[in-house]
Design a protein around this ligand. Structure first.
Ligand code: SF4
Ligand code: SF4
Length: 123
């Protein structure tokens, strides 16, 4: 299935940003210009993780996130610790369960839409 990443991003911006500690009353993000949001900077990888991981346990998704994203993030040190994670200042980590849920729901919606389209095509 081809994933419409724009729609995935849009649903995350609607669901996650308003809950985020970095969201301002002016509906902007308070992260400094030189610090991209960890969620949107790694969106392709995060969507791959959600698409390819099948578990009822969020810990399984967290393990893959640590392996695929955190290990390459400049905030994580050689011991696997991250000050941003500890300070709850990484949106990707802090809101990860809701992020996984939102992406799963959006991918499910896109998949149903695609199936409907395929059924309506002349044979
Ligand atoms: S840090 Fe990320 S999730 Fe939070 S408000 Fe900014 S863009 Fe949205
Ligand atoms: S938890 Fe830390 S290492 Fe992982 S993505 Fe966030 S800032 Fe980077």
């Amino acid at each position: 299935m081809t994933i419409d990443m724009q729609k995935v991003e849009q649903s995350l911006r609607e669901k996650i940003c308003p809950s985020c500690a970095r969201f301002t009353t002016q509906h902007t993000c308070s992260l400094p210009a030189d610090r991209p949001c960890s969620l949107f900077a790694n969106l392709d990888s995060v969507v791959d993780i959600v698409r390819d991981t099948h578990s009822t346990r969020i810990d399984t998704y967290v393990d893959v996130l640590r392996h695929e994203v955190c290990s390459a993030c400049h905030f994580e040190d050689d011991h696997g610790s991250c000050p941003k994670r500890d300070d709850m200042d990484c949106a990707l980590n802090t809101y990860y369960p809701l992020i996984v849920e939102t992406i799963e729901a959006e991918l499910g919606r896109q998949s149903r839409e695609q199936a409907k389209l395929n059924r309506s095509k002349p044979q």
